[in-house]
Design a protein around this ligand. Structure first.
Ligand code: PPS
Length: 292
């Protein structure tokens, strides 16, 4: 098959990859089981990391069990419609029996209503805007099925305007934040996971109603470190051929760090971004680290 950079298409005001927009009716009609768990993120906020922690918690820290298949096969990516070897979400879900762990990048208003009706558990992971942007930039460079990111400066502006696939980062993080009490969403931060992974793994464990021994918890923290996951072929996306994910441009597991934006943003870009950030975030009290 040939790979080409896809276009974006508006779905209820959110730009999505064209094949997703074309299948929107069946995606939005998906009805989960109450036992299914949803892991929701803006792209590049720490999805794969959260997924690996959850899978290990559900398998008592059994590393081999969690190498049964690549992340995207273990946890279907709800809305994705892509050529092989990337399995389309709905197709994969139809072949799996609940309880399932499902990944999505959809902003909260586009999440199929069945998740709320069935009171599914939802874990949301957020990452500070500038690092999230940098990670997305490199991903859009290497993922040859995504729209061309173009030059860095223009990319920063597109991010600010919400013109990237899955739309505005600002609306995304705010949407889940506002709904988190009412819908019992566990809201995590990438920076907290970096700072104290054990504390955050424990939070996830409690949210899922699980209890694993201390030794297992320590093992899960080790197995989900950036260094270990980078070398885990079932977590690092190296199963996707280079004609789709061109790892010579940038690997999927790139840096896994907090604060990499400082090596990308010029002082002018920082100023412009921070001004706009204050405007877009307004009085929202989401505790992103202001020093980042
Ligand atoms: S995706 O495509 O949206 O599912 O990508 P996602 O997994 O959300 O984000 C990829 C970024 O997360 C980093 N990553 C990690 N950081 C720290 N620890 C662990 N274990 C880890 N696993 C993945 C990955 O390196 C990408 O960030 P950058 O900054 O580009 O390195």
């Amino acid at each position: 098959y040939s790979i080409h950079r896809l276009k974006l298409k508006d779905v209820h005001g959110v730009p999505l990859l064209e094949p997703i927009a074309q299948s929107w009716e069946s995606i939005s009609a998906f009805c989960p089981d109450p036992s299914d768990l949803l892991i929701a993120t803006y792209p590049k906020a720490g999805t794969t990391w959260t997924q690996e922690i959850v899978d290990l918690l559900l398998h008592d820290g059994d590393a081999e069990a969690c190498k049964r298949a690549p992340t995207i096969v273990r946890n279907p990516f709800l809305e994705i419609v892509a050529p092989p070897p990337v399995p389309s979400g709905l197709e994969l879900l139809s072949r799996m029996t609940p309880p399932r762990v499902i990944k999505t990048h959809l902003p909260i208003q586009l999440v199929p209503g069945g998740f709320w009706k069935n009171k599914c558990k939802v874990i949301y992971t957020a990452r500070n805007a500038k690092d999230n942007l940098v990670s997305y930039y490199h991903f859009d460079r290497m993922n040859l099925s995504h729209p061309d990111p173009g030059p860095w400066d223009g990319y920063v502006r597109k991010f600010m305007k919400g013109e990237l696939a899955w739309g505005s980062w600002y609306d995304h993080v705010k949407g889940y934040w506002r709904a988190k009490e009412e819908r019992n969403i566990l809201y995590l931060f990438y920076e907290d996971m970096k700072e104290n992974p054990r504390r955050e793994v424990e939070r996830i464990m409690r949210y899922l109603g699980l209890s694993v021994p201390r030794g297992v918890l320590e093992k899960i923290v080790r197995l989900t470190s950036f260094e270990v996951m980078k070398d885990n072929p079932m977590a690092n996306y190296t199963f996707i051929p280079n004609i789709v994910f061109d790892s010579s441009v940038s690997p999927f597991m790139r840096k896994g760090a907090v604060g990499d934006w400082t090596t990308h943003f010029s002082p002018e870009q920082t100023e412009l971004f921070d001004e706009d950030y204050a405007r877009q975030m307004g009085s929202t009290s989401i505790p992103f680290r202001s020093s980042i």
